[in-house]
Design a protein around this ligand. Sequence first.
Ligand code: AHG
Ligand code: MN
Ligand code: MN
Length: 331
Amino acid sequence: MRTDEPIMTLQAHILEQQAHYPEAVGTFSWILSALSISAKVIADKVRRARLENVLGAVGAENVQGEQQQKLDVIANEVLLRTLGRREGVAIVASEENEEPVIIRNDTQGERRYCVLFDPLDGSSNLDVCGGVGTIFSILRHDRRAARPQDSLLQPGSQQVAAGYVLYGPSTVFVLTIGQGVDMFVLDPAIGAFLRVERNIRIPAASKSYSLNEGNRPTFPEGYQRYLDWAQKSGYSARYAGAMVADVHRILLKGGVFMYPPTRKAPDGKLRLMYEANPMAMIVENAGGKALAAPGQRILDVRPEGIHQRTPLILGSPDEVDHVVARLAEAG
Ligand code: AHG
Ligand code: MN
Ligand code: MN
C-alpha cells in the first residue's frame, strides 16, 4: 500500500463507487458487503481448518460428481447465510447446490440481483496448506424470465460485478464492477480489507504458461503444438491447481492460464458461470483476453445450464494470441 494515499477500506471503496451512480439505492453495495463478511469468515475457517479437524472429504459427491471437502460445505453455508438475508438478493447459485436457491421472487420491489459463486476453489489444496479461493459473479435479476432460475442464464458480458478472494499467505480480495480492477488485502489486526492497488493492468506478455500438463496426451493437437513452441521458446510452467491462485499470479505477473478439452472432460473442466465468467470479466477489465476457443470470447457464450463447463484460455493478450495462433495452425 502506498503511504502517500489515504487508507481506503473495501467498504469505503464500495460507497465511493456507489456515489458515481446517483440512481443507486445501495442494495448492490449491501451485497458486496455481505461478500466481504463471508470472505473474512471463510478466511478464518481455512486458517483454523487443521486445528479444528475440518480437513478432508465429507464422503459425498457434489452435483459435479466431485468429492466434496468439509470446507466446501462450510464455505457454501457461510455464503448462503450472509447473502440469504440481504434485501437485494433474488437468487443465489453455487457450485455446491444442484439447483439455484431462490431467495425472493417478488415482482415488485427494489433492484434485485443474482449472485453465483464457487465457495471454495481449489479445495483439494486444503490438505496441503496450498492456496484456495472464492469466486463470485453478480447479475441483474431478470424478473421477466419464465422461471426464476432462467434469470441466471445470461452471458458473462451482462455481469454487473465479479471478483475473487484468495486465501493465501494473506487474504486478497480482487473486485471489478466493470471499470478497472481493484485489489484489497485483509488486515487481520483491524478486521478490514484495505485497498492496496487500483486499476490493475495485466502485463501484455510474460513467458509463462499455466495448465495441467499431465493431461497433455489427450489435449487437441493445437495445445500440444503450443507447448512444443513455448518450451522451445524458453517459457516457464507454473500451476497451483487452484484457478484463483493461478489467475491471481497471471493478473499481477502476466502469462496464460488454460484448461483445454481433454478426453476425460471434452468440454473442459471449469464451470462457465461461476469460474470462467467472473475471471474473464476481471482479466478483460485489466486489459487481458479470455477465450473459450479462437474467436470465441468467454463473455459472449450463451449459457444453457448453471453448471455448464467450458474450455478456457485467459491471461496476457500477447500470450493468449500465441495459443490461438497454434490452435489455428492445427485447424
Ligand atoms: P474446485 O475445487 O472448485 O472444484 O475447482 C478446482 C478447479 C480449479 O481451481 C483448478 O484450476 C482445476 O480445478 C484443477 O484441475 P486439475 O486437477 O484437473 O488440474
Ligand atoms: Mn473451482
Ligand atoms: Mn469449489
